[in-house]
Design a protein around this ligand. Structure first.
Ligand code: FMN
Length: 277
């Protein structure tokens, strides 16, 4: 397996989940793939994702699943995508597990939120969660509204190239908004995943939960597989819950491209991974 991807097959990925679990980390598995253009591809992705929940249950590993709606046909047809997501959410519920919908680029945000709300009504907030990006101006009002529903959110900075009429162009504003969104959601008593490798934000969160007596079962840290491995394990040693976002599969290109955009030094690791098997 390469530095950022846990193999091409579900079996390889499950083996990696076992190893991560042994180190005290929990996992969210992600079948690589996005922006599909045919119903056939979207149906296949849906079938494969349903199978992930069976493999998690069968192997008794601690993992949930993250998905992207453009992998499930959002760009083809909203109702078709909703039907695919219903199959996935039903499976998550059947296995008493959880599916989180990743957030993609800004033209898809409204549809993603609408679809998510429908799923929460049908399957319950224990089984479906969403991602909110702190670089978007709209996110504060989204978190306010989603907070009233009491849903589980992962807060991220945002990984897509966005125009400045929708997203803060300055890093400082993105970071400030991140803290604001985390504080809002936790104070609303809602489960919050703090997904970042930014130690300033992580340290701020540690202080915030202590000062505000936020219970341990209301939040977790999340990081990407292969990124800041030492920090992931250090947080586990300190007693925090840490979930590793672990992608697997063949369609790794767009995922790698975003990782290189975030940190050009990652390019070397990506290049090296071409020369391994
Ligand atoms: N970015 C998105 O735009 N949508 C996502 O759904 C998303 N999920 C993420 C999940 C995890 C666990 C992590 C750690 C990051 C995720 N990101 C996502 C990427 C972040 O937006 C960001 O680009 C990346 O974490 C680098 O910024 P950092 O300084 O916060 O680590």
């Amino acid at each position: 397996a390469s530095r950022f991807v846990a193999g091409e097959t579900l079996d390889e990925a499950v083996d990696i989940v076992k190893k991560l679990n042994e180190e005290g980390l929990v996992v969210t598995l992600d079948l690589l793939g996005e922006s599909v253009t045919t119903r056939e591809e979207a149906r296949q992705a849906t079938d494969s994702i349903v199978t992930i929940f069976d493999a998690i249950a069968k192997n008794g590993v601690n993992s949930n699943v993250s998905v992207k709606l453009t992998q499930l046909g959002l760009d083809i047809n909203y109702d078709f995508c909703l039907e695919n997501m219903r199959r996935i959410a039903a499976k998550a519920k059947e296995k008493n597990n959880f599916v989180r919908i990743d957030m993609e680029d800004s033209p898809r945000v409204q549809q993603t939120i609408d679809l998510f709300k429908t799923l929460v009504q049908e399957y319950g907030k224990e089984h479906v969660g969403l991602v909110i990006q702190s670089y978007l101006y709209r996110s504060e009002s989204d978190v306010e509204e989603l907070g009233e529903m009491g849903v589980n959110l992962r807060i991220v900075k945002g990984a897509y190239k966005e125009p400045k009429d929708v997203a803060f162009p300055d890093k400082k504003d993105v970071d400030d908004n991140y803290l604001k969104l985390v504080a809002m959601h936790l104070k609303n008593g809602c489960y919050t995943a703090i997904a970042t490798h930014d130690e300033n934000i992580i340290n701020w969160t540690k202080r915030f939960v202590k000062e505000n007596n936020i219970p341990d079962d209301l939040y977790e840290f999340q990081m990407l597989y292969g990124v800041r491995n030492g920090l992931q394990r250090q947080l586990v040693a300190e007693g925090y819950k840490v979930r590793v976002y672990t992608p697997f599969g063949k369609d790794w290109y767009p995922y790698f491209t975003r990782r290189i955009a975030e940190r050009p030094a990652n390019a070397l690791f990506v290049l090296k991974s071409f020369f391994r098997d």
